[in-house]
Ligand binder design. Structure first.
Ligand code: NAD
Length: 245
């Protein structure tokens, strides 16, 4: 059994939100963190903050929808720290799009980032995990993958795919002691910009406002608030504060 501090973590979408907050949290456990984001500057910022807190971290830019970028990410992690033993496949974006107006390109891009991205990362991580006989994969899904979503059919369909893929891996690799878990968050506002690993008294621990806290009267961040960083051809429509993913 690998102890927490012996894991080597790869986090996609580590430049902000859940990915960034998770990087700080895992670094506090003593794990080296390999940060990835399509926004390389943000990924580098997260890694730098981990190092400021005496953690170990490196970063790389890349698109999880690209097989070449995903392979390069795992190779770079191997060179820096060794093979990944804990993957948080988390990168994603969301946007509103009325179904009858949704273009094929928009649908395909959403599925490529959310679902193919998880497939590529999981597949690349699993080889060395199977050789070692241990590993952990956490894929970020969404409650909307279960419930569906108004004007977000592409997002909900892709997240439903993530849930099916993750459950299938859990069955296929059960005997290999490689765990895969779908994480299906309710609307949340990860607050991580002021956190860093191994915090002293001046540094606040990572925190995350969940759907439960929203129910207690605090409103969640309007979501989806993150258009495709690769640049969709049309701007995302703004959302009200109660839309949940
Ligand atoms: N925030 C919520 O309420 C909520 C709810 C359910 C699910 N989720 C899911 O959680 C995950 C993280 O969301 P978040 O709220 O932290 O959003 P966020 O926008 O703060 O973080 C997502 C990160 O992923 C990166 N990214 C986007 N496309 C990428 C790509 N092709 N390749 C690599 N990196 C890419 C972005 O640059 C960004 O840094 C997403 O998969 C999202 O769908 C979020």
């Amino acid at each position: 059994m690998i102890e927490m501090q012996d894991h080597i973590a790869v986090i996609t979408g580590a430049g902000s939100g859940f990915g960034e907050a998770t990087a700080y949290r895992l670094a506090r456990e003593g794990m080296p963190i390999f940060c990835q984001d399509i926004n390389e500057e943000n990924a580098q910022r997260t890694a730098a903050k981990v190092r400021e807190g005496n953690g170990r971290a490196e970063a790389i830019g890349g698109d999880v929808a690209s097989e070449a970028d995903v392979k390069a990410m795992f190779a770079a992690c191997r060179s820096a720290f060794g093979d990944c033993t804990l993957l948080f496949a988390n990168a994603g974006y969301a946007r509103l799009s009325p179904f009858v107006e949704m273009s094929v390109e928009e649908f395909d891009r959403m599925v490529a980032v959310l679902l193919r991205g998880v497939f590529l990362c999981d597949r690349e991580a699993l080889g060395p995990m199977l050789e070692k006989g241990e590993g952990v994969i956490i894929n970020t899904a969404s409650q909307l993958g279960h419930k569906g979503a108004n004007e977000m059919a592409h997002y909900a369909a892709a997240k439903a795919g993530v849930i099916g893929l993750t459950k299938s891996l859990a069955l296929e690799f059960r005997a290999a002691a490689c765990g895969s878990t779908p994480s299906a968050p309710a609307p949340a506002t990860p607050r991580s910009s002021t956190t860093s690993p191994r915090s002293g008294s001046r540094r606040r621990p990572p925190s995350c406002r969940s759907g439960a806290s929203a129910k207690r009267g605090r409103s969640p961040r309007p979501w989806p608030s993150s258009p495709d960083p690769a640049g969709p051809s049309t701007p995302a429509r703004p959302l009200g504060p109660t839309r949940a993913t």
